[in-house]
Design a protein around this ligand. Structure first.
Ligand SMILES: [Zn+2]
Length: 62
């Protein structure tokens, strides 16, 4: 199983932290998968990150 590189929450946008956009590539989410919980740098609360499912298209992948 491929290891997912976990994104740095400090570099994510508000949309990514709210689960509206992919935390890995920034694309608007339609089908998503959970990456797990990370501390929100703005509120210090834990937020769940989401990413494209089954995988990112690669269009904007870093
Ligand atoms: Zn993605």
């Amino acid at each position: 199983m491929k290891t997912t590189v976990f994104p740095d929450p400090a570099r994510l946008t508000g949309d990514q932290l709210r689960g509206w956009a992919c935390a890995l590539c920034g694309a608007r989410l339609y089908r998503d998968r959970s990456l797990g919980l990370v501390p929100d740098p703005y509120t210090s609360e834990y937020v769940e990150l989401w990413a494209c499912a089954p995988r990112c298209s690669g269009r904007r992948a870093r």
